[in-house]
Design a protein around this ligand. Structure first.
Ligand SMILES: *Cc1c(COP(=O)(O)O)cnc(C)c1O
Length: 375
């Protein structure tokens, strides 16, 4: 159910969350094995490494050869800097909405590299560089179809015209972000690729960085100089073209109580589920929406126990959920551990049950503490 080493390190009597760092490292290696010649892989460690722990995951990626990291905000970058003084880290949210030179000093004082998302941010960073008397590193983010962050086409035209005015900035990479790379037949990706090629042609001296996880496995032509995966590193399957990644997050919970119930007996809030057959066995385990086990998994989710998948029955409570364990009634007892996430319960499968994506399952359940690490 979970790697054997886990049993001995387990210190939690209740919900127990374990991160397998060897699997995290293996996923980084799988990405590297698929890279086009000359391309390298950064690691996106935003949102506390998708719930798995930024500090531990970053160290793992670095040991596996990663030399560039992405976070979202200044706060995340400062948290990264607390433990990693030297490794390059870039903020996807650029200068975070700050608009004057004094406020953005925290970036260059801490060696944090902004992805400049607008012409205004480019001007501000250049002005900061002039003031410090040094060239300051940055990434240039140009929008090719997300309409979210990055220079829109009109701003990029202006940027090209006035490129010489921004001599204070050392552009390490020009980046853009793919909207549909998880859909192999969606023409949007080819369109974004062409737009990005035109951008690269206009800036031949700046290395390119386009692909997210799905982009890595879409086509090596999307790799340019560096790829920028997050999800695949943490074990998610994004596209049918992707090899199988290793699951990294293991979540188990003990059975708190078992109930023998008969046909028609109600279970949980709203009595939304009633027992279907006499002599059914219902187990209650300590995981609910307060812990990140999404409420929409009520009457939909599944867990794995004693070799069987068992359904969630009734609504998910704040910190409890009820499951029908009739199928394993001959084996199960109080205190037995139920697998909520793991080798048999991949985040992608739980996401499908919840009508969401694996990213939301990892970032929700990754908040559980304590979190144990397998190295
Ligand atoms: C989150 C993010 C990534 C990583 O995407 P995955 O789908 O997790 O690989 C890459 N680039 C940008 C701009 C992002 O916001």
């Amino acid at each position: 159910m979970i790697p054997a080493e886990h049993e001995s390190t387990e210190i939690s009597a209740g919900l127990s969350l374990t991160v397998d760092l060897a699997a995290v490292a293996e996923n980084y290696r799988i990405i590297c094995q698929h890279l086009a010649k000359g391309a390298t892989s950064a690691a996106v460690v935003k949102a506390d490494s998708y719930g798995l722990g930024m500090e531990e995951c970053s160290r793992t990626f670095h040991q596996a050869g990663c030399r560039f990291f992405f976070v979202t905000s200044l706060d995340e970058a400062l948290a990264f800097r607390k433990t990693q003084k030297d490794w390059p880290v870039a903020t996807l949210h650029g200068l975070g909405g700050l608009r004057n030179i004094h406020d953005i000093s925290a970036y260059y004082q801490n060696n944090i590299i902004p992805c400049l998302n607008s012409l205004e941010e480019v001007r501000l960073w250049h002005a900061a560089a002039k003031q410090t008397g040094q060239r300051l590193p940055a990434l240039l983010h140009v929008d090719t179809g997300m309409s979210r962050l990055g220079l829109p086409p009109e701003e990029f035209s202006q940027f090209k015209e006035h490129r010489g005015d921004f001599s204070g900035i050392a552009f390490l990479y020009v980046i853009s972000h793919l909207a549909c790379a998880d859909e192999p037949d969606n023409p949007v990706t080819e369109d974004q690729y062409k737009k990005f090629c035109a951008i690269k042609e206009a800036l031949p001296d700046i290395p390119g960085c386009l692909a997210n996880s799905a982009g890595v496995f879409y086509d090596p032509k999307l790799h340019f100089d560096m790829v920028r995966p997050g999800a695949a590193l943490y074990g998610l399957q994004l596209s049918p073209r992707q090899p199988e990644m290793q699951p990294c997050l293991y979540l188990t919970a003990p059975v708190l109580q078992l109930r023998n119930l008969n046909k028609g007996d109600p279970v949980g809030y709203g009595s939304t589920w009633r027992v279907k057959k006499n002599n059914s066995l219902i187990a209650t385990i300590p995981a609910g929406y307060a812990q990140g086990y999404l409420r929409c998994l009520g009457n939909k989710g599944r867990v794995y126990v004693h070799g069987k998948e068992c359904p969630v029955v009734g609504r998910v409570s704040m910190d409890l959920v009820t499951i029908d364990v009739t199928e394993v009634a001959d084996r199960i007892k109080c205190g037995d551990r139920v697998e909520i996430l793991g080798k048999n319960r991949r985040a992608d499968a739980v996401a499908a049950e919840a009508g969401t994506i694996g990213y939301e399952i990892l970032t929700s359940l990754g908040k559980i503490r304590p979190r144990l690490y397998l190295r």
